[in-house]
Write a protein that binds this ligand. Structure first.
Ligand SMILES: [Zn+2]
Length: 93
């Protein structure tokens, strides 16, 4: 009975010591992964809006549909507006 108890205690000690050693040698593994990584960098104040020449809506240049026209880049709120412009070009401004 005492031999069995000693055996179990040995096993528990081995487990605890094993864990301690693994923590000593690989501390990074046991730390929480707090920094999952920054999202897409989008600094504030850099969003520009341009006027859609077809419907007059101001659209974000990041979200707009773009069309090169007479050396300029025009921004449209939708594919519909872009196609309207292409079939009946209006001079913007
Ligand atoms: Zn539009």
């Amino acid at each position: 009975m005492t031999r069995l108890l000693a055996y179990i205690l040995d096993l528990v000690f081995a487990l605890i010591i094993g864990r301690l050693i693994s923590q000593l040698f690989h501390p990074g593994i046991h730390r929480a992964r707090r920094n999952a990584g920054p999202g897409p960098e989008r600094p504030a104040g850099t969003i520009h809006t341009m006027r859609d020449p077809v419907c007059g809506t101001f659209v974000s240049t990041e979200l707009s549909r773009r069309l090169k026209w007479e050396g300029k880049v025009l921004h449209f709120c939708s594919q519909e507006c872009l196609e309207k412009f292409q079939s009946h070009p209006i001079h913007p401004g």
